[in-house]
Design a protein around this ligand. Structure first.
Ligand SMILES: *Cc1c(COP(=O)(O)O)cnc(C)c1O
Length: 358
């Protein structure tokens, strides 16, 4: 293996097994969400690993869909967010499945398409960030039927509180969705609503297909853990420098850490320029020589500083685990997110371009 300063190791087998486990658990078709570079796991290898398990791949943007086509992915690719009329040509050319959420885009797509374009219609039932409002869906669909080159292959909605303990609003959304489906669906369309949280905890949200993202990568969106998922990503770096600092000396910008006694420190080669959150300044932990060691002082752009124990058996170049296992110790992406005051989704998708994906 090449020698990398900081890198993630992606276990593609784990992603495939997670997808199989979710499919077996829900017994529905699988729309595998691989947006944002497969949640930072490298979208092309991930989609290749999921080729035989996923029925449809879902991305957020036209650009992400085009990139998958250019990588040779032939499966249907659903673009989850409504696109701009200017992108209609690209959609037709690359045979992407766009989401319809407004009239202008639908009309333009119909205009430029030389053959039938399969589309999914997003029904807004309460997330209130995209889609056709559920109270207007019937009227919208009647109008959509006048566009001869659009073939409505699916209807979906997105849940705003599936990962919360109080699931009451989930059922409000599902009731709205079902009441609309009664009017607009002829039973032939693919109906879907369940993100990871719903796929793991809310069978009423399954319909024909589930649409998980996070859980494919072995991370649970909420406290419900009905099946065993394997984390697929390990994030590592290396020790770049070591030394001892005297009592009273400070560490890193602003000298926010002051050594209470002579202290052994190590610089590790990761910083906020790699997506390692600056919010971990003084609160993060890493694994070195199989043990947890604290981040001291401020996380810098390129490096961070860790406090070592005098007895740690380490040298420059040694491996440091930021997310994952080392020996019997483990730092999960959830733990890191919690310490940084954010969510696992943000940690995974912020891992930077400078971090090699292995
Ligand atoms: C991102 C996204 C998903 C996947 O959500 P997870 O919580 O990662 O499972 C599903 N549907 C839509 C519309 C999304 O934007």
């Amino acid at each position: 293996m090449d020698y990398f300063r900081t890198y993630t190791e992606i276990d593609l087998g784990a992603i495939r097994r997670n997808a199989e486990a979710i499919k077996a658990y829900t017994r529905k078709r699988l729309i595998a969400v691989v947006k944002a570079d497969a949640y930072g796991h490298s979208v092309v290898p991930v989609t290749e690993a999921l080729r035989s398990v996923a029925d449809i791949f879902a991305v957020a943007t036209i650009e992400e869909g085009v990139a998958l086509r250019q990588a040779g992915i032939r499966k249907p690719i659903l673009v989850l967010f409504s696109s701009f009329p200017e992108q209609a040509e690209q959609i037709a050319e690359h045979e992407l499945t766009p989401t319809i959420g407004d009239w202008e885009f639908a009309d333009r797509l119909n205009d430029i398409a030389s053959k039938t374009v399969r589309v999914h219609v997003n029904i807004n039932t309460g997330m209130n960030r995209s889609g056709v409002c559920w109270t207007e869906a019937e009227q919208f669909l009647n109008r959509l039927k006048t566009l001869p080159r659009l073939d409505v292959e699916g209807f979906f909605t997105h849940l705003s509180t599936a990962d919360e303990t109080d699931k009451r609003f989930v059922f409000v959304q599902l009731d709205r969705f079902s009441s609309v489906l009664e009017k607009i669906s002829d039973g032939s369309e693919l109906i879907h609503a369940a993100n990871s949280a719903a796929a793991l905890a809310i069978p009423e949200a399954y319909f024909d297909a589930v649409r998980p993202g996070l859980s494919l990568y072995g991370v649970y969106p909420a406290s419900e853990k009905p099946i065993k998922l394997e984390p697929a990503l390990t994030w590592k770096t290396r020790i770049g420098w070591m030394g001892f600092i005297s009592e009273g000396e400070g560490v890193s910008y602003g000298l926010t850490y002051k050594a209470p006694r002579e202290t052994r420190v190590a610089m590790v080669q990761v910083g906020y320029g790699d997506g390692y959150p600056r919010a971990l300044s003084g609160v993060g932990e890493v694994l070195i020589d199989g043990a947890r060691r604290p981040i001291i002082g401020r996380v810098c752009m390129d490096v961070s500083v860790v406090r070592l124990e005098p007895t740690d058996n380490v040298s420059v170049g040694d491996e440091v685990v930021l997310i994952g296992r080392q020996g019997v110790s483990e730092i999960t992406v959830d733990e890191l997110a919690h310490r940084a005051g954010t969510i696992s989704y943000e940690i995974l998708t912020q891992i930077g371009k400078r971090v090699k994906q292995v």
